[in-house]
Design a protein around this ligand. Structure first.
Ligand code: SAM
Length: 235
């Protein structure tokens, strides 16, 4: 009796792990918390395998607890008779709804085993999309920047939930950061935008990540400076 939390990666169905794909293919029921995660999961599972869960759009903590209790009560019998999977975009243990489900199952259905299949998180995928190298020895901090917030302090920040890019941008620039934004990175069938121009991102889109860096931070790695020698010098 196992519930697998499966990370789908950022949205490109090709970026799920082999283990994640195999887990979905063999699950009796696959639960999806949203339309985007469902559209990725359906690349690997048949419609009949999909389970239905209802999640209210609310910040009310009582309503949320009730919704997760109902979700856990729906999932527990499936996991008791076989295997169930719950998918999330990115990684299930990074800023994810999966934590609510795991805690609720632990509390009300402790006989259900929970296993996690990690996924490619935006925390790392942004670096490839922005062509940024986080060199060994760097410090990188993950924060939220919803509704125009701009957490500042560390030299390098990854910011999730950047829902008001122009306001966040102004604050980050004032604090001395260079900032790059990515919208819908690695999402098949969606327009992906990577830019440092906030005027291109005035429209709100929850799937927006930012990378902020103070100019000139960090030491250059040894291989950044070879001097004047050329390939021919090696012969
Ligand atoms: C609730 S968190 C989920 C993070 C996810 N579990 C992960 O590991 O990537 C949602 C935030 O992740 C970021 N995000 C997730 N997928 C993204 C994508 N494909 N492109 C850009 N940002 C993304 C956005 O900042 C979004 O507001």
């Amino acid at each position: 009796m196992t519930l697998y939390g499966v990370g789908l990666g950022p949205g490109d169905a090709g970026l799920i792990t082999i283990k994640g794909r195999e887990t979905l293919e063999s699950a009796d029921v696959v639960y999806t918390p949203g339309r985007l995660s469902r559209s990725v999961a359906t690349e690997y599972v048949d419609d009949e395998q999909l389970g239905d869960l209802d999640f209210p759009m609310t910040r009310d903590e009582d309503e949320l607890r009730d919704a997760w209790k109902a979700a856990a009560a729906e999932i527990a019998p499936t996991a008791a008779d076989g295997t169930a999977a719950f998918v999330t975009l990115g990684d299930p243990n990074v800023y994810s709804t999966f934590g609510h489900l795991r805690r609720t199952l632990d509390r009300f259905h402790p006989a259900v085993d929970v296993e996690v299949v990690p996924g490619v998180s935006t925390v790392t995928a942004f670096a490839t999309a922005f062509d940024v190298e986080i060199t060994a020895g760097s410090e990188l901090v993950l924060r939220e920047a919803a509704r125009g917030a701009a957490p500042v302090g560390p030299d390098r920040l990854v910011l999730f939930k950047v829902t008001d890019v122009p306001t966040t941008h102004e604050k980050l620039r004032e604090a001395g950061y260079d900032v790059t934004y990515g919208r819908r990175l690695f999402m098949n069938g969606h327009e992906t935008i990577v830019t440092d121009d906030p005027s291109r991102l005035e429209e709100r889109d929850y799937y927006t990540v930012a990378y902020a860096e103070k100019p000139g931070v960090g030491e250059a790695p040894a291989t950044a400076a070879f001097g004047a020698e050329t390939e021919a010098d090696d012969d």
